[in-house]
Write a protein that binds this ligand. Structure first.
Ligand code: FAD
Length: 276
């Protein structure tokens, strides 16, 4: 996922006419890629990262045990580390961004809120993004995952593989339809079928109760038993309030601009940095 490959002549890295002091808010895939290419162009870059570098890429690598994500995150961290990029592990707001010539917003994606009801005595509910390898390993089954997007399906496959009884419920009639990525639609259904994960489409989840998950199927209410519920109902760009009101960033990249995959975030950052 190196955006330079094949683009060496189409998008050469040129030194910027006027080097700037650039703040990059967010140290995920997009933030790291932008920092690398902006630095190579001669800009002086500071990355503000609320947590350790890596963002969603690192979390996905850990939780889904995905070596591709782990390696990609480690590679980008290495490339940032070997350049004169100033990395500050702080949550940036208007105060931190004073004095920069330019601000790149790479604050990523936030989980979409669950619109159903969660009863007071409901079984434990966890948002997919909040999972850690430890909490995932300690989940009590049966597990119901709400949402059969990429993350819901992958969590369902992982838990099934570990012997935890898992059902993934999807409101629509298609899995992983969220981003409509063609290769997902071509290859994933076969991999998912082979994994044996129980995915039920046409289940519009309305509530989490003490018994599990309540869903409406063909107009009829049904309960799917669960000891734990994972919410994986999608993401939306996570744009901090100040970015819309106080200091408008010059450039918005990655998930903060448009919901998408790691590939999209990296390429978005690359093209934005090359033209800045
Ligand atoms: C569990 C999970 C599984 C995934 N699976 C896949 C997959 O299989 N395939 C795929 O292509 N993509 C997958 N993704 C999505 C992929 O990780 C995202 O597309 C990509 O991480 C977006 O990159 P980004 O840099 O825009 O945002 P992020 O990676 O979200 O990084 C943004 C960072 O900015 C930080 N931040 C926010 N506000 C501030 C602030 N004010 N100051 C400082 N820091 C701030 C956040 O804490 C975060 O670390 C997955 C994501 C998750 C969470």
């Amino acid at each position: 996922m190196n955006p330079h490959v094949g683009n060496e002549y189409t998008f050469p890295v040129t030194i910027a006419a006027a080097p700037k002091r650039v703040a990059v808010v967010g140290g995920g895939a997009a933030g790291m890629r932008a920092a690398i290419d902006l630095t190579d162009r001669g800009h002086h870059v500071t990355v503000f990262s609320a947590g350790p570098l890596g963002g969603g890429l690192r979390r996905a690598g850990e939780v889904l045990e995905d070596p591709n994500f782990q390696e990609l995150s480690a590679h980008l961290q290495h490339e940032v580390g070997r350049r004169a990029v100033d990395v500050k592990q702080v949550t940036a707001g208007p105060e931190e961004l004073e004095g920069y010539d330019s601000v790149f917003l790479a604050s990523g994606l936030a989980p979409r809120p669950f619109t159903g009801r969660v009863a007071d005595d409901a079984v434990p509910v966890v948002v997919a993004d909040d999972l850690t390898p430890e909490t995932l390993a300690g989940l009590e089954g049966p597990v119901v995952v709400v949402g059969a997007g990429l993350i819901g399906v992958r969590l369902g496959m992982l838990l099934t593989d570990r012997g935890v009884a898992t059902t993934v419920l999807e409101r629509g009639g298609r899995i992983m339809s969220d981003d409509d990525v063609i290769y997902d639609q071509l290859f994933f259904p076969e991999i998912v079928a082979e994994s044996g994960v129980d995915i039920r489409q046409g289940h519009d989840v309305s509530a989490v109760t003490a018994e599990g998950v309540r869903a409406v199927v063909d107009g009829v209410e049904t309960t799917v038993p669960a000891a734990t519920v994972i919410l994986a109902v999608g993401h939306e760009p996570d744009v901090p309030e100040w970015a819309a009101s106080t200091r408008v960033p010059d450039v918005v990249i990655g998930g903060a601009r448009k919901r998408g995959r790691a590939f999209d975030a990296i390429h978005d950052a690359f093209y934005s940095a090359l033209t800045h």
